[in-house]
Design a protein around this ligand. Structure first.
Ligand SMILES: O=C(O)CCC(=O)C(=O)O
Ligand SMILES: [Fe+2]
Length: 353
């Protein structure tokens, strides 16, 4: 984000923290966005498709006899939904548990302690704070912490909490596990697309990895507030861990919101806009949002893997006549931030030929 003013983060104030904590307090006006919550049709619980994303099984991907069919299934999930849940992922359970515990412990701290790593006016996107993603300056009903994790020289440890004391180590180990998982998945995606694995991996290797931890408080008026406003992810690949089984994530498909039921132990993986471009539009980056629950809080740990080809966002040359205009990676960032703030068209759509 160098050289570009990031204006979509804000510090969390005592007033906000009080409103989060006390259901009897009136919801501050900056969080009230009933029209946005009501926008669009939500697939109802009774419909069979409603809570199912395609479930991809890493054990099958690794099994020579089942691999081919599972790769095709993975590919179809990325083409139709842009999202899937991943089971039998093989990520070290101790690392996951430590990351979950650190996340829960951090968000439980008093506001003052969390604000030790607060966003700074000129500090870019990193730190503890709020997103606001609407032209009307409305805030999400959530707290989040954003840190850059790779390459190592980009790490700004002043934004990495040292309370709880395990936190920095958790982030470090978890970041490594997620990169390993991402490379495996990208290899299988390359096979599905019929490109060399190395071509796909080269677009991601050495690029940025960042992590967002979200904490969505319950709200007695979930129809008035939104956990994360609709957006599509701006990087290459997103790997999301649900810390608890509170639902809330909804994915846009065929013009309707599909609520996702978190599968215990699964990751939710999704295609970001840059991967859509790399795949020349074969894979889709879908809009999604988070609604909040009346009773239960929700925490997620989200890792974003960035990608580009020699500093440029463009389709992999193996995938035929490019259907997107090539754009410099830094110009792409500016376009995507504008998209977040305007909540209009996806920025990648403006790149389509
Ligand atoms: O917390 C979630 O379920 C979604 C988070 C998300 O969409 C994001 O961080 O981009
Ligand atoms: Fe997202």
């Amino acid at each position: 984000m160098e050289g570009f003013k990031v204006i979509n983060r804000d510090i969390i104030t005592e007033t906000a923290a009080m409103a989060f904590a006390d259901p009897n307090l009136q919801i501050p006006d900056r969080y009230v966005r009933s029209g946005e919550v009501a926008a669009g049709i939500v697939v109802s619980d009774g419909e069979s498709e409603s809570y199912e994303l395609p479930v991809v099984d890493m054990a099958r991907l690794l099994d020579p006899e089942r691999r081919e069919a599972e790769i095709a299934w993975l590919g179809s999930a990325c083409r139709t939904w842009g999202f899937f849940q991943l089971i039998n992922h093989g990520v070290d359970e101790a690392v996951i548990q430590k990351m979950k515990d650190s996340t829960v412990n951090f968000f439980e701290l008093p506001l003052e302690d969390k604000n030790a790593v607060a966003v700074r006016p000129d500090g870019g996107i990193e730190g503890f704070g709020h997103h606001f993603r609407s032209p009307a300056d409305k805030l999400d009903w959530a707290e989040n912490l954003i840190v850059e994790t790779q390459p190592i020289e980009r790490r700004k440890l002043e934004f990495w909490p040292n309370n709880p004391p395990t936190f920095r180590d958790s982030i470090d180990k978890y970041a490594m596990e997620m990169w390993n998982l991402a490379t495996r998945l990208l290899g299988f995606m390359a096979s599905d697309l019929g490109v060399e694995q190395e071509t796909m991996l080269a677009a991601f290797r050495g690029k940025r990895q960042s992590m967002t931890l979200h904490h969505y408080r319950p709200c007695h008026h979930p129809e008035k507030v939104i956990g994360i406003a609709p957006h599509s992810d701006g990087f290459g690949l997103t790997l999301l861990l649900q810390v608890n089984d509170t639902p809330g994530l909804q994915i846009s498909k065929d013009g309707r919101w599909h609520p996702v039921r978190p599968l215990t132990g699964a990751f939710v993986i999704n295609v970001g806009e840059i991967l859509e471009v790399l795949t020349n539009g074969h894979y889709k980056s879908a809009f999604h949002r988070v609604v909040v629950d009346t009773e239960r809080g929700r925490d997620t740990v989200v890792v974003f893997q960035d990608a580009c080809i020699n500093g440029v966002v463009k389709p992999l040359p193996e995938l035929g006549e490019p259907r997107y205009h090539a754009i410099d990676r830094s110009e792409y960032t500016k376009g995507h931030v504008t998209e977040i703030l305007s909540q209009g068209e996806r920025f990648v759509d403006t790149l389509k030929k």
